[in-house]
Write a new protein. Structure first.
Lengths: 392, 75
């Protein structure tokens, strides 16, 4: 075995077709969820500095959730300015992630080539957020780092982000109110997002993958603390009141007019899930502007020496809600547990499985399955195997 | 992938791509999403693209941590 070969996880999706119907879907994930073990025994500050470096797609959300958990354990509350700055960084990361999906992944389904030329301006804009807020890059300190917001740089970043998003999905997306508007928008634009939406509408796949799996409610950190500490397998098999739940953009912005209308027509099917990423992306520049109103220069937060305690912290990734729980003993990490969106959305009885079981196994089952997987957006590579059997 | 595995650039090609080594395995990646890279730099790789450049000290620290996790997983 080569070094590191054992931690490149994947999600294997086994689909069993019996008599031309999807009879069963089995998921097997080898995604590493044991990162907490690496952090145990380390001083809190060192562990916190490591967390964002360990994750390629959601390092800021992971760091923010860990910092929030440490603050809960210590019993300190960051100021409104520090919370706003942290939220701005998280939204920047969500923009990166949605941007990657639209520019690099969606052309596989909607047509065209992956467009790193469309993605690069967006990534360059969001990469300016940390230095524009925390020049010392110490944003992950409990209570917040040395916050020195540069209004000019932040304004320039918002403008560049807005232009990059318009280039990626076209302007005016935020004004869409209902499914008819969305269809008109898809017909009148030509970009990776409009092509995918148009394809889904043309193939009558708007409701494909619709399932009865409920949205994960907006739960308090204490709920996650209780479940992460009481159930040994909660990190791998999370549940809400004994049932799987789904988390992601469609639930964060469920009340916006377009998503509410799509949910009425298509439930949590493909059209709702894909459109939600677009609605959220289009809304980000305005949300960044609103949060900037809370910013002010601040010195780093004070933390007690060698704190003891435990607590949970939450943060949103593009894929959904992330929760961390940490236990500190005289400043040392004694225990660290997490539950990530991947484990909610790719639960063995969750949204992917329930969205497929019982469907007719038509000729393009593989393409439709790939689309549903892309809509749920796993954070590891996914491998689909279809096995067909004749019935008794 | 989910974990940020630092890959070291061993060769830069004319077509804005590079050869990197990751845990002893050589891979060909695009450099279209990162700027000012040189041989010897560490980058985070995601599905064939170098996503970001890393400080060498941070990269070495992350690699040591992930290698210990891998050893634990393999044990």
């Amino acid at each position: 075995m080569t070094a590191l070969s054992g931690i490149e996880g994947e999600l294997a999706v086994g689909i069993l077709v019996v008599d031309a119907t999807v009879a069963d879907v089995r998921l097997r994930s080898t995604r590493t969820t044991g990162v907490g073990a690496m952090l145990m025994g380390r001083p809190m500050g060192e562990a916190l500095s490591l967390v964002p470096m360990l994750f390629s797609l959601c390092g800021i959300a992971q760091g923010a959730a860990a910092a929030n958990a440490c603050e809960a354990a210590i019993g300190i509350t960051p100021s409104a300015a520090q919370r706003a700055a942290r939220e701005i960084l998280i939204l920047g990361e969500i923009a990166d992630s949605h941007g990657w999906q639209i520019a690099m992944e969606w052309p596989r389904f909607g047509g065209g080539c992956p467009g790193h030329g469309l993605l690069l301006p967006l990534r360059k804009a969001t990469s300016a957020l940390v230095p524009a807020l925390y020049p010392a890059r110490d944003w992950i300190r409990p209570g917040g780092g040395m916050l020195l917001p540069d209004a000019e740089k932040l304004s320039d970043t918002r403008l560049r982000l807005s232009v990059a998003i318009d280039r990626l999905i076209g302007d005016g997306f935020s004004r869409l109110q209902n499914a008819d508007d969305l269809q008109d928008w898809a017909q009148s634009h030509d970009n990776p997002a409009s092509r995918l939406i148009a394809r889904i509408v043309a193939d009558d796949m708007g409701s494909f993958g619709r399932s009865g799996v409920a949205a994960l409610p907006d739960l308090l950190p204490g709920w996650f603390a209780e479940h992460l500490t009481s159930a040994p397998d909660f990190s791998q098999l999370p549940h809400f009141e004994g049932k799987p739940a789904e988390t992601g953009a469609a639930h964060r912005i469920a009340s916006t007019p377009l998503i509410a209308d799509l949910k009425r027509r298509h439930g949590n099917g493909l059209l709702t899930r894909f459109a939600a990423k677009l609605v959220e992306l289009a809304s980000l520049p305005a949300r960044l502007a609103a949060l900037s109103g809370y910013l002010s220069p601040e010195h780093p937060g004070e933390t007690p020496p060698e704190p003891t305690g435990s607590g949970a912290g939450l943060a949103d990734t593009a894929r959904g809600r992330l929760a961390h729980w940490i236990a500190l003993d005289r400043g040392i990490v004694r225990d660290f547990r997490t539950v990530a969106p991947n484990e909610w959305n790719f639960h063995p009885k969750g949204a992917l499985v329930r969205g497929l079981v019982g469907l007719p196994a038509c000729d393009d089952l593989r393409r439709r399955t790939d689309l549903l997987i892309a809509a749920l957006d796993p954070c590891v590579p996914c491998r689909v195997m279809i096995e067909e059997h004749a019935g008794a | 992938m989910c974990l940020a595995l630092p890959a070291r650039i061993t060769e830069i090609h004319d077509d804005d791509s590079a050869t990197v080594t990751l845990g002893g395995v050589r891979k060909h990646v695009s450099l279209a999403l990162v700027e000012n890279t040189e041989v010897g730099d560490y980058v985070i790789v995601h599905v064939g693209y170098a996503l970001s450049k890393l400080d060498p000290a941070e990269a070495e620290r992350t690699l040591a941590l992930l290698t210990s996790l891998d050893a634990g997983a393999a044990a």
